[in-house]
Write a protein that binds this ligand. Sequence first.
Ligand code: NAP
Length: 364
Amino acid sequence: MSEKNVSHTKWMKRAIFLASLGKNTTSPNPCVGAVILDKNGNLIAEGFHFKAGMPHAEAMAFGNLKKDASGGSMYVNLEPCCHHGQTPPCVDKVISSGIKDIYISIKDPDKRVSGRGIRLLKEAGIEVHLGLCKKESLELNKSFIHKNITKKAFGVLKWAMSIDGRIGLKNGKSKWITNEKSRLLVHSFREEFDAIIIGGNTLRQDNPFLTTRGSKIPEPLRVVFTKSLDLPSKANLWDCDKAKTIVIYDSSTADESYLARIPKCVEVEKVSSDNPELISKILAKRGCNKVLWECGPRLATAAIQSNCIQETITFIAPKILGGENSMNPFGDFEFEEMNEIIKLSDSQVSLIGSDICVKSSFEN
Ligand SMILES: NC(=O)c1ccc[n+]([C@@H]2O[C@H](COP(=O)([O-])OP(=O)(O)OC[C@H]3O[C@@H](n4cnc5c(N)ncnc54)[C@H](OP(=O)(O)O)[C@@H]3O)[C@@H](O)[C@H]2O)c1
């Protein structure tokens, strides 16, 4: 790689780093970072998008300008917007700044923008270079891109199991399989997510809090999916001071008289079937880019079968539960041949004390 290309990569990586600072806060928007150099290649401004409604990365960088940007260069990990949303179009700002060239990592998947922002920049005589650090930029905004293309939230399924692959005893008891460090780590993992989903049975059996314990404000939305609506009148999820909760129920099977047990501060929404895809779609519509499924085997199996899961996080503890009737992480997928089984890839493994944490992706 030439010296010039190394330096272009260096600045784009800086833009990607800045973008990553908004990783837990930008939903429903993407993570974007921007860097501006003057005509001599000196850094004169930087910016990143922190939250919807706040300035976009480019606008923040122009707001931070220390000197004239004309003849300079800009590095941004996502195509600048060209539509009027909550803030004015960034393309106009780039054009009026007198910048000579712009390095854009990836196109915006948003139909209102995709390719149009680039076209407007080119028409204004700005040299556009597309594709620098594409892999890193796709990785950083994979949830945003997935949501825009599929209209479903990017789903991560998390479960904790013993070394013999059990998630609980046959009587439903599962506290605690993993060590305290792993459980604390789960609280911090939750910061990355816009919503956390369980099924009605996990609510009845475990009565979880599903919060980050205050490290993300507001806390991720807590979601209970139920077919029966037979939920208890007392539950930690009903404490609306801690976090918002929504109960989504299948109106074709639920007994709506149970609605009286749910406090008024909890939102309730009905859907027409028990297909978990409906949850992914509702949450995407509400602006969730990335959601964590912390459900038990039955809902987890259905969520995988309806393509709601893109990644997995598995905690494995050096414990043996044994027994044919102890709980498995999944129900039956009815596979008949080995070529039908689910394959995961890109696994990252880490040790959490004596537990093992494995993060993997579903193969496309
Ligand atoms: N070790 C772990 O990582 C872990 C994690 C989570 C849970 N667990 C354990 O798992 C057990 C609960 O397992 P579970 O499988 O019953 O989990 P679940 O998370 O409660 O999911 C099943 C429930 O989801 C609702 N549901 C909605 N749509 C569904 C669909 N299409 N398919 C299946 N269910 C649907 C139903 O609620 P209604 O019954 O209200 O209609 C159903 O009973 C508990 O003992 C809990 O301790 C372990």
